[in-house]
Design a protein around this ligand. Sequence first.
Ligand code: PA5
Length: 446
Amino acid sequence: MANLLEWSRAYTGRLDEADKSKSASKLAAIEERLKTEVATGLLPFLSMPYRAKFEADLAQVLPKITNFKHMLLLGIGGSALGCRAIQTAFAPGQDLPNHQGKSVWVMDNVAAGQLEAMLAALDPKDTVVVAISKSGGTIETISQYFLVKDWLKAALGENWTKQMVLITDAVKGYLREEANTHNLPSLEVPDNLGGRYSALSAVGLLPAAYLGIDHKALLDGAYQVAKPLVDDVKNLANHPSFALATWAKALMDKNYSQLIFFSYIPQWAMYGPWFCQLWAESLGKEGQGSQPVPATGVTDQHSINQMFLDGQRDKGCIFVTCRKLQSGRNFGQDLPEKWSYLRGKPFANLLEAEGLGTQMALCSSGVPLVNIDMEDTGPAQAGAMMMLLEAATVLTGWLMGINPIDQPAVELGKRLANAKLGATGYTKEEADLKAFLSVARQEQAF
Ligand code: PA5
């Protein structure tokens, strides 16, 4: 049995079947656009033309880093979240007591204390550093690169270059200059592959391969979903990514402003933040979009679920389950009478029952819900889900009439931060900052 999308509770609440017609009327134009953009290389996340080059580069770089016990990964946003999702899903060992094997540590923040703690805990001799930035100029990543490069140099001298790998644009940007200047091992982020669509390139797959995760299965699983979109777009109407996009757009049109991503696959919890970045940065444009909300079953039943169930009626839900979760150990036969219904049952039965309970409760509260029901939780299925969600995000953006690949709004905060730090070329931002800071503060102690 395949992975499934289950639709019986999707067109509920304020939605009905008629809501599909608006997107259906755009189908021919979207098919045409898809054909053109695939053919002109604008959607490499779908067609994966980079795969052969990536495999060849990986074969060069992996042997150089495979003996290090730790990988310290510097990156942010799309250059970090996919890696973290894949690592927690398929190599969770590093979070367990007495872990002996390899570990990947993702530094995706400007957190001085955390960086100090990390550098104090790691031995540079055992550590390969991987700095990831598509643009090669993201200040958060580059500043960590400068500091960690000094840390490596202090311990290793000229040999620092053997323990620094860069993943960046093939030609442009500061990290590419660094790779060229110091002859550092490097891998490419292909042209037109935006950060949040890059998890299934070197960005997410070098760390995966280092950890021994089957990166080929991730790619193969993803391509199974992408293939019909790449090969024969005549079938777009029947592709689950278009069905998801149609539904998501219908939700937005009916004032469902939040989209819950509720995963009942506990080890896939980090796919929540990955999906939410993908959705938010792609679709929050021109006053449109829906706010993605990550949630993990069952943990969030005791946290934000009350709001899902009885807060504002403004939420749709993508509910993720798996038919073949590890069942775990069985409860004993000697449980107290009050809990006798658990006797002899595997621990995972609880997750399944609670998942069903939550799904029904959401439906009873009128939350339109699509269930992504996975065949299993291996890398091939994860790759398939990632591709489904990436394709659905782009198609939703096209239905909305916005560009799902760029992220212009987040640039302003970056420019203002640069101005504050004294970078040149930000005259207007300096003036704006001055005006912002000149407003009298209204402080209240607590
Ligand atoms: O998804 C995106 O495009 C962004 O979140 C980027 O990944 C993020 O800003 C980091 O950019 P870069 O990889 O250029 O350092």
